[in-house]
Design a binder for this molecule. Structure first.
Ligand SMILES: [Zn+2]
Length: 241
C-alpha cells in the first residue's frame, strides 16, 4: 500500500510502547479543503494532529509515526480509558463536515481506510470493539465523523461492531416509546457496557451521549431521544463487547 510521508511536529515527545495502542479513532477534517487540513495538522501553532489523513482520492498520508502520541482525541473517554491520545491511532478523513457542507465519504477514501485499518489491527492487535469515531469518545464536544460515515460497511469487514437486526424490524420500533424507568436504566447500563461514558452526567450530557450512539448505530434518526429501536440495538451490542 502506498503511503505518502509528511511531517507534523504536533506530537508528545515521550514515545509510547506498542502495547499501549488499543484504539483506532476516526475523524473528519471539518474544514474547507484538503490543503488547509494538512496545513493545520502540521502547523505547530494549531496543536492538533493525527497519525494519518486520507483524502477523497483515497491517497493515504502519514504525518506522525504510530509510536508517537498525536493530538487528535482531546478530552475523551471510553470504558476505563481516559484521554485517548495515549492509546490510539488517529485517522482523519478529508470531508468539509457539518459546518461547511457535509458530504458522503468517497468510495476510494473508505476503501483506503479499510486497507490501512486492517494493517493497523493486525500490527497492534486492535480489537474490533475499539474502532470508534471521535464523537463516541467525546460526545459533548464532537460530532465527527458523523452520520454519513459507513459504520455498518466497516463492521462487515470486521472493523467495528454491529448489531444483528435488519432494517425492517428496526423501523417498526423507531419512535416507539415504551420504555419504563427500569428499561431506561437498563439502556444506560448497556451503553456503559459498550463503552460510552454515562455516569455523573446531567440531562444535556445524556442527550448528547444518546446522539453520539445514534450517529454511530442508528443514523436514520438522530434526536437524542430514547426509543425501542435504540433500546434493542444497545442490548444486542452489549453482548458483543
Ligand atoms: Zn475529530
Amino acid at each position: 500500500m502506498k503511503i505518502i510521508h509528511l511531517y507534523s511536529p504536533n506530537y508528545s515527545r515521550k514515545k509510547r510502547s506498542i502495547n499501549s495502542i488499543k484504539f483506532i479513532i476516526i475523524h473528519y477534517t471539518g474544514i474547507q479543503s484538503e490543503r488547509e487540513s494538512i496545513k493545520r495538522l502540521c502547523n505547530p501553532r494549531s496543536k492538533v494532529s493525527s497519525h494519518y489523513l486520507i483524502n477523497q482520492k483515497g491517497e493515504i498520508f502519514n504525518l506522525i509515526k504510530d509510536l508517537g502520541v498525536a493530538w487528535h482525541a482531546g478530552k475523551s473517554r471510553w470504558g476505563k480509558y481516559k484521554n485517548l491520545n495515549e492509546n490510539s491511532i488517529g485517522i482523519e478523513l478529508v470531508n468539509k463536515g457539518h459546518a461547511f457542507g457535509y458530504k458522503k465519504f468517497k468510495k476510494k477514501q473508505i476503501l483506503s481506510l479499510i486497507k490501512l485499518s486492517k494493517i493497523l489491527v493486525k500490527k497492534y492487535k486492535i480489537k474490533k470493539k475499539y474502532i470508534l469515531g471521535h464523537s463516541d469518545i467525546a460526545p459533548l464536544r464532537k460530532i465527527d465523523p458523523g452520520e454519513k460515515f459507513p459504520w455498518k460497511y466497516l463492521a462487515s469487514k470486521k472493523l467495528g461492531i454491529w448489531h444483528q437486526y435488519n432494517n425492517v424490524v428496526l423501523k417498526k420500533n423507531r419512535k416507539i416509546n415504551i420504555l419504563s424507568k427500569k428499561n431506561k436504566k437498563y439502556f444506560f447500563k448497556n451503553l456503559n457496557k459498550i463503552g460510552y461514558c454515562v455516569s455523573g452526567g446531567n440531562k444535556s450530557f445524556l442527550i448528547k451521549t444518546i446522539k453520539a450512539f445514534q450517529r454511530h448505530f442508528r443514523k436514520e434518526l438522530i434526536n437524542g431521544l430514547l426509543d425501542q429501536e435504540c433500546f434493542m440495538i444497545a442490548q444486542d451490542l452489549s453482548k458483543k463487547v
